[in-house]
Design a protein around this ligand. Structure first.
Ligand code: ZN
Length: 498
């Protein structure tokens, strides 16, 4: 088969719409592509992620190693069609911007272009003969949500014995946009994931105060952390709105999967119990107030004196600035909760969470083991993950709640770049031309580098401008796609040679 062309491959990927949660078609396409392009390799399908291993010559048991090219093909929602002035979101139209050829479409820059460049680079490397070391391509789903695809990949290589096999280590490149390769970022400077779990009090019941305090304090926590990080705010945050990256707050103990990271979920619920008939009016008044602020509220009154309030705000996708943002549903629900407490209202909150109210409400309190706050933290320049974790712990101690870390802080090679083979390789290729700095957003780097008991020596570098992603008229420069492919080839060669 002829060499793959990075432009047409990007186009084909973009024309398979794959908003997070609907990656099946693009996964089918990619699986077939890998089978055709890499016929002597192993292709694995895990969920809607596809992993391919291309065996290298080196079988030396004491120094066997691998390079992983990682890229996600899920994309954030395109937003309203009419905001796309340069071409429909999934049309991959060719355009000119300032005299340069670009491709327009959701995912061109974040990050189907980068993934295509990786695949084409591997194809080119193979055209020169069997590679020295194993090469993997991990095309993953769900990056914009929870990094499930990359976590599955880490688990896969551990469980299938590859982690033990690669005695010489595993390195990884994630082709997220770094302003058309204007810089590269070590994974330890990417985001860190922590989950803060607010446990039930010793008295064994939930108090509304605990929910609301947790909610409000986590805002303060965020503001504090951002300050501590000396102004390194991710693009999602839109100034001083740290709530955008706290994604899952859940009282039912089940993480709502309908919302993606970088999003404020568009729905929330509140279940109230009353023994007083007059409260129906209070509920109605509240509903009217919030509806006037652009949040729809549906109220169901149940025969057992319970009210179920379902809130939905339009354009819950906080990372897509094209949506006119109304207050997030969860904010409204929290505000009502606070109001109830303040006014010692006879409405007693029973349950509160993101998404639609659970249909089975009987045991909702008992089913709620914790309020889970999923914190995506961007490690600031010079703030090692362990310090960030200590900072978090201090903050949470003040809340009289317990914090449970789902993840250990990542090992960091930033302070000792010589330990990173992939960092050495890219330095050797680009010299001082590309700066090494923070990747200013969440990505799968931390899932590859360390989370889940796997350590992949990981860097982030790829085509596309960060300012263009998650917006209408997302595009990538065609020339940047080619440059990325060439960079990946050179980085592989350098990595393999040292
Ligand atoms: Zn991305």
């Amino acid at each position: 088969m002829r060499g793959l062309d990075v432009v047409s491959l990007t186009r084909n990927l973009v024309r398979h719409p794959s908003v997070t949660g609907s990656e099946k078609k693009v996964a089918n396409y990619t699986e077939k592509l890998f089978q055709q392009q890499f016929p002597t390799s192993e292709v694995h399908r895990v969920g809607n992620s596809v992993f391919v291993r291309i065996p290298g010559k080196n079988r030396n048991v004491s120094n066997r190693r691998a390079l992983v090219f990682n890229g996600h093909y899920d994309v954030v929602p395109p937003g309203k069609d009419d905001l796309w002035t340069m071409g429909k979101p999934f049309s991959a139209r060719a355009r000119r911007v300032k005299g340069e050829r670009v491709m327009v479409g959701r995912g061109t820059a974040d990050m189907k272009g980068g993934l295509a460049a990786e695949i084409c680079a591997v194809k080119k490397i193979l055209s020169r003969g069997k590679p020295e070391h194993d090469i993997w391509i991990a095309a993953v789903e769900d990056e914009e949500n929870d990094g499930w695809g990359s976590r599955q990949f880490s688990q896969f290589i551990r469980e299938k014995g590859w982690l033990a096999t690669y005695t010489g280590g595993i390195s990884a490149v994630i082709a997220e946009p770094t302003n058309d390769m204007a810089f590269w970022a070590p994974a330890s400077m990417g985001h860190q994931g922590f989950e803060i779990t607010f446990r039930k009090g010793t008295e064994g019941i939930w108090e509304a105060a605990r929910f609301t305090k947790a909610l409000h304090d986590q805002r303060l926590l965020w503001a504090e952390m951002l300050r501590a990080q000396q102004g390194n705010t991710p693009y999602e945050l839109d100034g001083a709105a740290p709530k955008a990256t706290v994604t899952n707050i859940c009282s039912s103990g089940e993480i709502d999967t309908s919302c993606a990271i970088n999003q404020i979920p568009p729905q929330a619920y509140l279940v109230l119990e009353t023994s007083n008939n007059a409260t129906r009016d209070a509920v109605n008044n509240g509903v009217a107030l919030y509806q006037s602020r652009g949040v729809a509220v549906e109220v169901f009154e149940q025969s057992n004196g319970r009210f179920v309030l379902n809130f939905s705000s339009e354009g819950g996708h906080a990372a897509t600035p094209d949506s006119k943002r109304s207050p997030a549903a969860i904010d409204v629900a929290a505000e009502i909760l606070c109001g109830l407490e303040k006014h010692k209202c006879s409405l007693k909150p029973l349950a509160f969470g993101i998404g639609k109210a659970p249909s089975e409400l009987k045991d909702v309190n008992e089913r709620a083991p914790a309020v889970l706050i999923d914190v995506r933290l961007l490690g600031g320049v010079g703030v090692p993950p362990k310090e960030v974790l200590a900072f978090l712990n201090n903050q949470v101690a003040v809340l009289h709640t317990r914090m449970e870390n789902k993840f250990e802080p990542l090992p960091t090679f930033f302070n000792d770049p010589e330990k990173s083979r992939i960092a050495r390789a890219i330095r050797a290729v680009v010299g001082e031309k590309l700066a090494c700095r923070l990747f200013p957003a969440a990505c799968d780097a931390s899932y590859l580098q360390g989370l889940g008991g796997v350590f992949l020596d990981t860097i982030v570098v790829g085509p596309g401008m960060i300012e263009r992603i998650h917006k209408p008229d997302e595009y990538v420069r065609v020339e940047a796609l080619r440059q990325a492919r060439n960079l990946f080839i050179n980085v592989y060669e350098q990595w393999a040679a040292t």
